[in-house]
Design a protein around this ligand. Structure first.
Ligand SMILES: *[C@@H]1O[C@H](CO)[C@@H](O)[C@H](O)[C@H]1NC(C)=O
Ligand SMILES: *[C@@H]1O[C@H](CO)[C@@H](O)[C@H](O)[C@H]1NC(C)=O
Ligand SMILES: *[C@@H]1O[C@H](CO)[C@@H](O)[C@H](O)[C@H]1NC(C)=O
Ligand SMILES: *[C@@H]1O[C@H](CO)[C@@H](O)[C@H](O)[C@H]1NC(C)=O
Ligand SMILES: *[C@@H]1O[C@H](CO)[C@@H](O)[C@H](O)[C@H]1NC(C)=O
Ligand SMILES: CC(=O)N[C@H]1CO[C@H](CO)[C@@H](O)[C@@H]1O
Length: 345
């Protein structure tokens, strides 16, 4: 999937000119305001307007707030529309419709280089909410920028987005929120976790945008499976691993949450039974399992690996979420299988 993203720059101007006329942004929330020139429009974000331009040959359609084919934009004739009168009180949506292709549901995973995640934008979130998304870059290893375009986080939830980059496993954590609106990293993908402390705020929209680091290299996406279990009841759950592949590393990621909503007084108990041979002749642990936990902060797990056939059970507990990863290192035969069991409460 490919979502043609647009980047909203935080330009500190309250007003934008539109054909000699001031565009008056509503003081709060998001609004899309059409322009006299049909291929332009203004995005207002909490009172700040940024003029945007549609991709070539498309016109902004105020009925859908999207760039559209000219034949669908009835108020435009010959590239212009009649002067626009805007009022700061007309645009005050209680929910903001997501852009096309945006991820909006907790637990979604996507394979794309560019896209939008919009969750409860201008809609209240709940106390202890927990929502995660997995992005794997379609073109493989990318230089990616994740930008928090809009958010209504309250002070106690000021840094409520955690990004975990994926690069041969779960890498370093970065926070996004009031302090920091942009993160730049190299990797094969990213896990995005939204976690709240209060019910005082509203959600967010973020954009991710990847660029090839080595454009001359063949695109080679990271292989593996990825799943977020938000409301599973069945246990045991066999892991659906992409098996060992002699020519490629395969990295499989599993995220467990107790529903999209964290039950703050409860723990998730996860047990992981691994059977097989991870083929680590030097104990280098290239092929391995790792279980990370996340309560307030991301806690890196220890490597689990061995080199002769074994069957072992591991138990983990968290009130936040658990991320289990299985890495199969190419050129090193493994034949592991794993079964997850869990209990909430
Ligand atoms: C990645 O992108 C950032 C921002 O565009 C840039 O500053 C940085 O040099 C890039 N890094 C690489 C390795 O291409
Ligand atoms: C929630 O509160 C805890 C404890 O005060 C704090 O450590 C954590 O950073 C807060 N989380 C967010 C998202 O602000
Ligand atoms: C919500 O905000 C109010 C102030 O606006 C504050 O008094 C209250 O403690 C906040 N509630 C939570 C759960 O953070
Ligand atoms: C193993 O990896 C190669 C190279 O990416 C791919 O063409 C092939 O389909 C993979 N085999 C399996 C069984 O996934
Ligand atoms: C796979 O597992 C079997 C035991 O079921 C073991 O005997 C065998 O050596 C393993 N094969 C590889 C390639 O690791
Ligand atoms: C549900 C919700 O939070 N609605 C808010 C959307 O934003 C406007 C201001 O732009 C608020 O007035 C609403 O309360």
């Amino acid at each position: 999937m490919r979502v043609s993203g647009f980047v909203v720059l935080f330009i500190c101007s309250i007003f934008e000119y539109s054909q000699g006329q001031l565009v008056d942004c509503p003081p709060e929330g998001i609004a899309y305001i059409p322009h006299h020139e049909c291929n332009k429009y203004t995005i207002c974000l909490n009172g700040d307007g940024t003029e945007m331009e549609c991709p070539a040959l498309l016109y902004f359609n105020p009925e859908t707030n999207q760039c559209d084919f000219p034949e669908n934009v009835i108020d435009c004739r010959g590239g212009t529309r009649p002067p626009i009168i805007t009022s700061s009180t007309t645009e005050n949506p209680s929910t903001v419709p997501p852009p096309p292709g945006a991820l909006t549901e907790c637990g979604q995973t996507v394979i794309a280089d560019t896209g939008i995640i919009q969750y409860k934008l201008n809609q209240s979130y709940d106390v202890g909410e927990l929502c995660s998304f997995i992005i794997r870059f379609e073109s493989g290893f990318m230089n990616s920028t994740v930008t928090l375009v809009a958010n209504g986080f309250s002070e106690v939830d000021s840094d409520s987005i955690t990004l975990l980059r994926l690069v041969n496993g779960v890498g370093t954590a970065q926070r996004l929120g009031h302090q920091q609106q942009t993160a730049n990293f190299l990797g094969d993908g990213v896990i995005i976790i939204f976690k709240t402390n209060s019910s005082n705020g509203s959600g967010f929209q973020l954009h991710f945008d990847g660029f090839m680091v080595w454009p001359w290299r063949d695109p080679k996406p990271e292989l593996g499976t990825e799943s977020i279990f938000t409301s599973e009841t069945g246990s045991p759950l066999p892991a659906n691993f992409v098996p060992y592949n002699i020519s490629d590393n395969t990295n499989n990621y599993f995220i467990f949450t107790s529903g999209s909503r964290l039950i703050t007084e409860s723990y998730i108990r996860l047990s992981l039974t691994i059977a097989g041979d991870m083929g680590n002749p030097t104990n280098a642990c290239f092929s391995r399992f790792v279980v990370h936990s996340f309560e307030q902060e991301f806690e890196r797990g220890n490597y689990i690996c061995w080199y002769t056939y074994q069957e072992r059970e591991y138990n983990f507990e968290t009130r936040g979420l658990l991320i289990a990863e299985q890495l199969n290192y190419a050129y090193q035969p493994t034949n592991t299988t794993a079964v997850f069991r869990w209990q909430i409460g």
